[in-house]
Design a protein around this ligand. Structure first.
Ligand code: COA
Length: 197
């Protein structure tokens, strides 16, 4: 399956989950320059102006297209249906095919929009894309043990806790533990048909 040729897209009750496009530039720039101070250690605040130029945005789009063509990384903007506002992003990262058929799920909602269920709604759609469109068997999320909001999202979208993964990623100058959450297609009623292509 040429997954990169697919236009991956989902509509939910309140949101549209889709690739970033050139016409999203103003929306993207606004989203990254209207945040509050970081609300916790996993949050971010406004980007420097030098990171928000049209040139940088075009480079970002080009990189996204390249990564999709390699079937390695799919990033989705999370747009509100009623006014089109960009409220965050979800990612299916580091895809492994072969006997793994695995990806890692990442998500971020800009902090002015927290607590409205957007992450839960968007990530459910991202899982549907993973299992139904990208034909993945497993999606994992590695979460800092103290990131309770994120753990709440992982549970709410039907991921199971698999355990503590010691020294899993290098972050802020040190190796840190993450709690691993995961779901497989069977959890969503999809029997995986494995084909050795
Ligand atoms: C984690 C994040 C994506 C959540 O976004 P969100 O849109 O606010 O999430 P939702 O509204 O869908 O759900 C948040 C849940 O956490 C709960 N919650 C809110 N504050 C909480 C807290 N301090 N402790 C525990 N749970 C909390 C909410 O009640 C909600 O649960 P509910 O659906 O049972 O009510 C957002 O906070 C974020 O972008 N954080 C920074 C980046 C990050 O941590 N990404 C995840 C990396 S693994």
């Amino acid at each position: 399956m040429k997954t990169h040729a697919l236009s991956l897209y989902r509509k939910t009750d309140r949101l549209i989950i889709r690739y970033f496009e050139l016409h999203d530039y103003d929306n993207w720039m606004q989203a990254h320059s209207s945040m509050r101070e970081p609300q916790n250690e996993w949050d971010e605040t406004n980007w420097d102006e030098s990171e928000l130029t049209l040139k940088k945005y075009k480079e970002f789009l080009k990189k996204q297209t390249h990564l999709r063509a390699q079937d390695k990384f799919y990033e989705f903007g999370i747009f509100r249906k009623d006014d089109g506002l960009l409220v965050g992003s979800a990612h299916l990262m580091d895809l492994s095919r072969g006997i793994f058929q695995n990806a890692y799920l990442g998500y971020r909602i800009y902090n002015t929009h927290w607590g409205q269920g957007y992450a839960t709604e968007a990530c459910k759609a991202a899982l549907a894309i993973a299992f139904k469109d990208l034909n993945l068997h497993r999606v994992e999320a590695g979460i800092a043990p103290k990131n309770r909001r994120s753990i709440r999202v992982a549970k709410a979208i039907g991921m199971r806790k698999e355990g503590l993964s010691a020294r899993r990623i290098f972050s802020n100058g040190k190796w840190v533990d993450l709690v691993l959450y995961a779901a497989t297609s069977e959890d969503f009623g999809i029997k995986y048909r494995f084909s050795q292509k």
